[in-house]
Every structure is written in C-alpha cells, then in structure tokens.
Design a protein around this ligand. Structure first.
Ligand SMILES: Cc1ncc(COP(=O)(O)O)c(C=O)c1O
Length: 490
C-alpha cells in the first residue's frame, strides 16, 4: 500500500497470516508513527472508511484499532470532525482513558488455555453441537423430578439471608452422614466447608495454604493440569505420570527429595481424564509417604460413587488415619453442576482458615442451593437416583466404546472406564489437535484435546457423561469424519 498521509509517504500493510490480530497490527503501526513524531499531536488520521479501503480490511477492524489507541489516550475521536492525534500524548493532561489492554495483561490471574476458551465459546454459542468436552452430566441423567419436588416444598423466605461461614448446618450434617454411608469417611459437620463446587475448594486450598514458589505435585495428564490457578499462585508444579493403575508413589519420594513438595493434588478414583483407579497397594503407599514426609494430600474425588458395578471404592480419605488428607468433592457429577455445591473435609483449624477466606471473598455460600442439596442428599429417593445414574453412565460408556471400535477400529486405543464420565483415547496416526478440533467443530462435535489436560498431540478426552445417549453414535461418527480430514492435512 502506498499512502500519503500528512505529507508523509508510507508503504505498509497488515500481515493476514494467523498471529497478531489485524486490528492490533494497525494500532501498533499507527502508535509507532505517532511516537516517532511522524504523525504529530493535533494532526488528523485518515477516516475509518478511507483507511479500511487502503488497507483492504473491514471498517470494523479499523474501528477496533482506533478504539484501542483511544483507550491508551494516543488519539481522540472528535464527533463530526474526525480522528486526531492527541495533543497530550506524553500524559501532561490528567484526562486519560486507562489502558485496559495493559491492565488485562498485567493481572496476576492467568487466562485459560486458548483451546479451552475456544471450546467454551463454541459450546456456549452453538446449542446444537454434540458436546463431549465439558465435565458435567447430560440432561437425561439429572434428577429433575426429584429437584422439582424438593423445590415445590421449599419455604423460600427462610433462605434469603447470609448463611453460616462454613455453610448451612443441615447440609453439613447431611454431607457428613452421606460420606459415612456412601464413602466410609468419618467426619463431623464442623470439619466440613461448603464451597462453590470442587473448583472453589481447590482454589481456596491454594490461596490459603500455599505461597508463591512452593512446590506441588499433580498428575499428568490431569484435570488439575488444565487449571491455570496453580500458575497464577506462583507455584512450582511437578508432574506425576499416570499409569494404568495410577501414579507411581516412588516418584513422589523422588520429587520430594529434589524439590521439597508442599502438597500433592490427586484424583485417584476414576481419574479425569484417564478413567483409571489408583490401586489399593499404591493408595496405601501414598498415605505412608504422606505421613513419613509430612506432605498433605488434596484428594479430589468427584467420581468415586459412580462405579458401574455398584461396589464401594475406598478413597484415600477413607483410609486416612492421621488427618493427612484434605478431601474435596461435589454434587456436579452426582446431581447437577449448576447447583454449585462442593465441599472440603479437613482438620478444624484448616477448615476455619478456609472459611474465613471464603467469607472475605463472597460472604459465604448462597443458602438457596444449599437447602435444595440437603433435601436431595437426605431424600429416600437419592439411592434410586444413584443407581439410575450408574446404569445411565454405563449405557453411555458401552455405546461410545462400541462406536469407537466400529468407526475407528485400531486407529484409536483406550482403556474402558468402569466409572466416571470420561474416556481417554489415543490416536494412532499423526494428527494436529488444533486442526482436528477445528474440523470437529465444523462437523458440529466438540471434545477435549489432550494438550489441555497436559498430554501430547494425539490424545483426546471424550466426556460421554455429558452427551445425550441418543447422540453419542452420531457424535463419534462426526469425530471420525473430522479425523479423516485432519489426518489428510497432517
Ligand atoms: C477431577 C475434577 N475435579 C474438580 C472438578 C470441578 O468440578 P465442580 O467445581 O463443578 O465440582 C472437575 C470438573 O470436571 C473434575 O473433573
């Protein structure tokens, strides 16, 4: 492009290849010319329409570039006159619009992985997409009638105020007896803190019990890996590879000797994403290591009661004799994600510390869903619901396994999960997961790419528990078509 501008000739055009967005390139370019004094304070910039024509971009792209420069105070849009380089580019004038871009980049909380953000955008904007990506239950597994019944008997006027810092006492009592009867975990209501899902429980633990520079261990791959909250807190994160029967406990010892681990975050039963169960032998050894070296365990356990053979599986917490395990769970994978009910069980001193911080953050958990949760967990129909849930998940598991075999044969390999909601799949061919995801979205199906959970290209998590039973076959077929296109492009 050759453009004469304020007597200065320039040849420049934005680079349309993927990378920096075009509006940012334009904003940077104009900014550098302003700073170099080539576009002096008070001079006019070309109109949006004119610049868009010259650069062969949409007018909205130029508007976005000008908005960016306006937000930094470098230019001003004067209604009816045009866009003018600010007479106060060095900040003498007090009336400057904050540079939001710098604030956005400067905050200590890390943004989500770009692929995760893309998946959230897609699933939130396309209601008809077949969703194998998000870790929650499908509509056909939610106890909707039970929730409606409970709801209709509620005296709402009693649940509109602030609650106890640790959460509603009735809910904590109910969770305490649920833990004993379904999970063999002994607790008291005082040892429980209600949180906004397991997610907030993990976040509170990080914020209250760890400090920047502390070393922690997480599984690889893992749900924990997908959470930037560890990096945001400045923690040093070390990985424990997950084998067919869970992590190798001796690696914890080796990591501790080298890095002085402050905590380990484990999801031992129906692990997300691999579906594996940490063997009993390994569970016992990890507890031994924990007490020998004084390393606390955060046991993240959303799935242990979903086992399809209806047998009880002993969590680390149920085997913990010395109070070394902070136990985290939630109702997301048992009742509904939208209730946002999770909890932590731990020593009183720890629970008090976390409750104090939760109180500072949000003044305690909303009362209304806590009451609903207490009613659901203590309902005589809860056991029936859990049975229905396990059978429903098993049916979905069988369909996805059968369809993956018939559609993709030995192009994929996986271990068949015996509980939980995820299937972890390795692809035999070379494939770029970003291209695969793009093609899958085109075909209206979405999954979790392995890298978002800490694994390499060529792995995929299918969350079959999120997909309506009658859409699973179609979803896998669409995935197979996307894979054909993506491998052809590799
Ligand atoms: C292992 C694990 N932990 C924690 C969570 C967080 O769930 P929520 O905050 O809804 O309880 C998830 C969600 O997928 C999970 O899979």
């Amino acid at each position: 492009m050759k453009m004469v501008w304020g007597g200065i000739q320039m040849t420049w055009k934005p680079n349309k290849a993927p990378g920096m967005p075009i509006y940012k390139q334009i904003a940077h370019y104009i900014e550098s010319r302003i700073v170099n004094g080539e576009f002096p304070p008070g001079s006019f910039l070309p109109s949006e329409r004119h610049l868009a024509e010259e650069l062969k971009v949409n007018r909205s792209t130029v508007i976005a570039a000008y908005d960016e420069l306006t937000s930094t105070g470098l230019i001003n849009k004067v209604k009816g006159t045009g866009t003018i380089v600010s007479t106060d580019i060095w900040g003498a004038n007090q009336q400057r619009v904050p540079n939001w871009e710098q604030y956005i980049k400067g905050g200590f909380f890390q943004p989500n992985n770009p692929l995760n953000r893309q998946i959230h955008r897609v699933t939130q904007s396309q209601a008809d997409i077949i969703n194998f990506a998000i870790g929650e239950l499908s509509h056909d597994l939610l106890p909707i009638h039970l929730i409606q019944d409970v709801h209709s008997s509620m005296d709402i006027s009693r649940y509109l105020g602030y609650e106890h810092m640790q959460g509603n006492i009735k809910l904590r009592e109910t969770i305490s007896s649920h833990l004993l009867s379904y999970r063999s975990i002994e607790s008291t209501p005082e040892a429980i803190l209600i949180t906004s899902g397991a997610q907030q429980a993990i976040h509170l633990i990080i914020q209250c019990l760890l400090k920047p520079g502390d070393a922690i261990a997480i599984e690889d791959p893992s749900y924990a890996y997908s959470l930037p909250i560890f990096q945001s807190a400045g923690l040093r994160t070390f990985l424990l590879p997950v084998e067919h029967d869970g992590i190798d406990p001796e690696r914890i010892v080796a990591l501790h000797r080298k890095h002085r681990l402050k905590m380990m975050f484990l999801n031992p039963i129906f692990h997300n994403p691999t579906g594996t169960i940490l063997s009993m032998e390994k569970r016992k050894r990890i507890l031994e290591i924990s007490t020998k070296f004084g390393i606390p365990i955060v046991e993240d356990d959303p799935y242990s009661i979903t086992g399809y053979n209806h047998e009880r599986i002993h969590t680390l917490k149920s085997l913990d004799q010395y109070g070394t395990v902070l136990y985290v769970s939630s109702l997301t994978k048992l009742i509904a994600s939208g209730l946002r009910i999770g909890w932590i069980v731990g020593p009183h001193s720890v629970i008090n510390r976390l409750a104090d911080v939760k109180q500072q953050i949000d003044f305690g958990h909303p009362n209304y869903p806590q009451w609903i949760a207490a009613q659901l967990l203590s309902s005589p129909d809860f056991a029936k619901h859990i049975k229905h849930l396990r059978e429903g998940l098993k049916k979905k598991r069988d369909i996805i396994v059968e369809t993956l075999k018939s559609e993709l044969g030995n192009r994929v390999s996986f271990t068949i999960p015996e509980g939980g909601i995820h299937l972890w799949c390795s692809i035999a061919e070379d494939v770029n997961e970003t291209i695969l995801l793009k093609e899958a979205v085109r075909k209206k199906v979405v999954f979790a790419p392995g890298s978002t959970l800490g694994s390499s290209n060529g792995t995929v998590r299918f969350t079959y528990g999120r997909c309506d039973t009658n859409l699973i076959r179609e979803g896998v077929k669409r995935f197979a078509e996307a894979l054909n296109i993506a491998t052809a492009k590799a």
